[in-house]
Design a protein around this ligand. Structure first.
Ligand SMILES: C[S@@+](CC[C@H](N)C(=O)[O-])C[C@H]1O[C@@H](n2cnc3c(N)ncnc32)[C@H](O)[C@@H]1O
Length: 338
């Protein structure tokens, strides 16, 4: 399916940032404060129009994120509409605004719900979220959703503040028998500010030890430049992201250039985006093929863009992780399929 979408150039997966507003105040957030205003957000009907157009271009998977998607009063209408149009739904949420009434309907609509759990302890959780009472709300809704049989996954952005709690969160997920992932990569803000780096964990090696690696999975890390294809992740080829104001962008991380969907159409915006992404070729700054770290590096053009405003070169954070993996003999890329 992935390869078919890539070959035919249709958007199998669309990441829809429904709002940049959030009820949490995480200091490490990649969204700059100035983005988090309601002004200009798509109206419900405009979202429906975009969903119709997405369906017509072959999109199957819709991942709603934010901000916090449940900040939108019409979130259940949007989910219902999307389900009716036949999308497979995924929601990224902090879980804190999901009440008992919603749980029943969410369980019936059967989206995959991915809840961010920043910590197990109340003190660390609330230090990260910046909101008193947030830990209890999130754990209550998580347990409720679990009890009702919702399709749940948990995840954590590993930080200095929660580095001692990752194992406990993993054990909690295991006790509920639900999948869990953590990521110690901290993104700069979308405007390029490296302020979130202040909150990075110092225990990269511990995180690398805990990282799950499956060398046989068919998703590859995207270092390989031989094909001239930088975006092995599929961005701009079979997936992309939509902003809360209705602009199409390469991925969540890369928001320049952006293409207006409502003023044109989703199909036109998608064709423009594909042309743009297809025009980005590895230049002299792209040295992955010769890099001694290539079997250890989860190089991401989006991370390079955020760090350097250039999506083809190296970036400090991927390099740092790759160096640690090499030191620990933790290969993440098979390296034999190109
Ligand atoms: C921005 S939130 C949006 C969806 C939803 N509100 C949630 O909490 O999952 C998506 C995920 O990004 C993570 N995140 C936020 N800022 C980050 C950063 N600078 N680097 C890496 N991950 C980050 C959050 O921890 C969360 O898991």
């Amino acid at each position: 399916m992935l390869n078919k979408a890539r070959d035919k150039g249709f958007p199998l997966l669309m990441i829809f940032e429904l709002t940049y507003r959030c009820n949490f105040k995480c200091k490490h957030c990649y969204l700059p404060a100035a983005y988090k205003k309601k002004r200009g957000e798509l109206k419900t009907k405009e979202i429906f129009t975009i969903l119709d157009q997405l369906k017509d271009t072959g999109c199957l998977y819709l991942r709603f994120t934010g901000g916090e998607p449940f900040m939108r009063k019409d979130i259940m209408d949007i989910l219902r509409y999307a389900k009716k149009r036949g999308f497979e739904l995924i929601i990224y949420t902090n879980g804190s605004l999901i009440d008992e009434r919603m749980v029943g309907e969410l369980t019936a609509l059967r989206p995959d719900i991915e809840i961010t759990i920043p910590a197990m302890s109340k003190s660390v959780f609330e230090r990260i979220s910046g909101v008193v009472g947030s830990r209890n709300r999130v754990f209550n809704s998580t347990r409720l959703l679990h009890k009702k049989g919702a399709s749940l996954r948990l995840k954590t952005c590993a930080l200095k503040a929660n580095e001692e709690e990752i194992k406990d969160i993993r054990d909690f997920a295991a006790s509920l028998k639900i999948p869990y992932e953590f990521d110690a990569m901290v993104l700069p803000q979308l405007n390029g500010s490296r302020k979130p780096y202040r909150y990075r964990t110092r225990k990269i090696e511990d995180m690398i030890q805990m990282e799950k690696v499956d060398l046989n999975r068919d998703t590859t890390y995207s270092w390989v430049p031989d094909t001239g294809d930088l975006f092995n992740c599929g961005a701009g080829q079979m997936k992309a992201a939509i902003t809360p104001r209705g602009w199409l962008k390469t991925c969540v991380n890369i928001d320049k250039p952006i293409f207006n969907i409502l003023e044109s159409s989703f199909r036109n915006a998608w064709e423009d985006l594909k042309r743009f992404v297809g025009s980005i070729k590895p230049g002299d700054d792209h040295r992955c093929a010769k890099c001694e770290l290539k079997l250890y590096c989860a190089w991401c053009p989006g991370m390079s863009w955020l760090e350097n405003r250039n999506s083809t070169g190296c970036n400090l954070q991927c390099r740092h992780f790759a160096e640690s993996r090499k030191k620990n003999q933790k290969q993440i890329y098979r390296g034999d399929d190109k």
